[in-house]
Design a protein. Structure first.
Length: 170
């Protein structure tokens, strides 16, 4: 809702990951990143009466409020609200192969199925359910310890040295 008006938004996790990819782009200015977010989020694709796919963009006139509400949605609403943001320990582009395998296992189906949509907040909830023994969980844990300059256990140091290509943030 922006200025008292409900606007349809793209809620599928793939749409949000596309927005994050735009945020990570070195080729876009901050203003272009914001516009890309607004354009991708305040859009929808649907089939018309002839079965043709129609792509409709409906960015609210108050773009500052639209951007604020977009960030609120991307951040998981009030669910993940925090006074101090934690260090960045995951990158959806870099970690996607390991992340999606863990989430598929939890969900019991293939989230990348083009005929199935998964709401962004459901995707976040699935991420939070990833078992601590999964490879992505180990990687995120090590990144957190490294960001906090905490001492690694011997097995963690070995795992880190053998998997720097997965653990070091690009």
């Amino acid at each position: 809702m922006v200025d008292g008006v409900d606007y349809p938004i793209a809620t599928d996790f793939r749409d949000v990951l596309d927005i994050f990819a735009a945020f990570n782009s070195d080729n876009l200015s901050p203003l272009n990143k914001q516009f890309a977010m607004l354009e991708m989020l305040y859009s929808r694709a649907y089939k018309d009466e002839n079965g043709e796919i129609v792509y409709e963009i409906n960015i609210p006139p108050n773009q500052d409020e639209a951007a604020r509400m977009a960030v609120w949605f991307l951040d998981g609403g009030d669910i993940l609200k925090s006074d101090s943001p934690p260090p960045k320990t995951m990158d959806y582009e870099q970690d996607f192969p390991l992340l999606i395998s863990a989430i598929n296992r939890i969900a019991g189906n293939e989230l990348r199925d083009p005929n199935r949509e998964t709401h962004w907040w459901s995707f976040i909830a699935l991420c939070q359910e990833i078992h601590q023994d999964s490879p992505i969980s180990h990687i995120v844990h090590l990144r957190h310890k490294l960001a906090k300059h905490e001492k690694l256990e011997k097995w963690e140091r070995t795992f880190y040295n053998e998997n720097r290509h997965l653990i070091d943030m690009k």
